[in-house]
Design a protein around this ligand. Sequence first.
Ligand SMILES: Cc1cc2nc3c(=O)[nH]c(=O)nc-3n(C[C@H](O)[C@H](O)[C@H](O)COP(=O)(O)OP(=O)(O)OC[C@H]3O[C@@H](n4cnc5c(N)ncnc54)[C@H](O)[C@@H]3O)c2cc1C
Length: 467
Amino acid sequence: MKSFDVLVIGGGPAAITLAKNLGKEMNMALIRPEDHSMIYCAMPYAIEGLLETDKTLKSDKIVTDAGAELIRNTVTAVDFKNKRLRCACGKEFGWERLVIATGAEPILPPIPGHKLTGVTVFKSQKDMERIAGIVESGVQDAVVVGAGAIGVELAQALAAKDINTHLVDMVDAVLPNLADADMTAAAADELETAGVRLHLGRKVAGLVAAGGSENVATRAAGPDSSAVSAVELESGERIPAQLVVFAVGMKPNVELFEGSGLEMVRDGIVVDGAMQTNIEEVYAVGDCVSYYSGITGERTGGKLATNAVPMARVLADTLRDRDRGRDREYGGFYNGSATKAGELFVGGTGLKEAEARERYDAVVSFAEFTTAFPIMPTAKKVKLKLIADRQSGRILGGQVVSGEPVTDKIDQITMAIQFGITARQLLGFSYSSQPWQSFYPAHNLLVKAAEGLVAKMNAGERVSARG
Ligand SMILES: Cc1cc2nc3c(=O)[nH]c(=O)nc-3n(C[C@H](O)[C@H](O)[C@H](O)COP(=O)(O)OP(=O)(O)OC[C@H]3O[C@@H](n4cnc5c(N)ncnc54)[C@H](O)[C@@H]3O)c2cc1C
């Protein structure tokens, strides 16, 4: 039986980061079943036809040139006690240290009709090719369920292919996990302008097979081999659809470890700050892990590549430096992320307003300027929302909506949150300015929003001093 210093189950961003960091120093291997690792984030743009689908496939050389072995297989059994695992082909491999990086899989709710042809989720190369094939077959109507970033990006891609596209979400706003409704309302308008019909605050009851006419709640939706023809909402409304894509969230891919003694909670494998599980010499990183908010210390969702990769970097240092006693701690999820709706870029980080108000005496402030000097031909609107704790002044969250990309601004806010910067400290934030790239030197979005926060905090102090 072949054995490795470090054996990684998985071939996604977390596993690849480990290979890049440790492949040359350690005898290591990655095991993954799929033909290619993927650039998942780019898949909606391949469906839209902005990219060739093969541009979303990563070369295996990323792993092998980094010095790691790539084993193309599915792990079917893990024996933690004897430090060995078995693959679908029957081969067994051993390890000195095992890393679980099995990621997460999209949720397909078990509602009537979920197995009908034309109903899918959106994560793998197969999903992408299935959807692209249905699009190319000339379908007329599509429904995307879930108005998070993935659903919003996919719905726009389908609308751009001249398909009548409907986006359904049970929440009464788009991008509800990314930003507050007062920031995303403009994005909803942009989506409508791009041809996406929104059905917000609506729940899907079931899927109707071609030829089906009765209510899906009272009747089986037809044989699984039938094609889907409509989505039925709980209101009874039917939306015609020959393609239905669920983008309603991810669940950790951990079935393999059930009953094995590996400690898990609903959202994934339990690890400490060094990414160590409860089993000696077994670590876990990426979407398969449940972890804490870096702000509240509570367990929170965070299934993002921008969480998976930093976790893997921490683990690489842990594995490399373990014997030298220099373990690094993973600091937690802040969940900075972004998307694009029509002509608008939207991003958010940290706590949203309602989350902050539940836990803190939160204050909120807005600032609105332009992305370039207002006299420049390229100037577009940009709006920022900043949330802080009144008592400590700590920044808790922020959101940006702009005609230009927002990730740099979101990352600035994340840095403020992550390193405990207060609204008062932000008043002295030293910024840059140039006609094509910012508002006039007289103002900066973060400083302006911080001024608003500090004014509210001071007003609060005066009220409580008098009271
Ligand atoms: C359409 C889409 C768009 C996205 N856009 C963004 C974005 O813009 N920004 C962002 O930060 N994140 C984005 N994400 C999320 C991001 O892709 C994930 O957070 C990231 O891929 C997680 O990496 P991972 O390595 O933990 O897991 P994964 O990438 O899920 O990889 C898991 C790996 O484990 C393998 N595996 C599982 N079980 C077994 C087994 N039994 N045996 C062997 N191998 C196994 C899988 O086959 C896979 O190779 C997007 C996701 C999707 C689907």
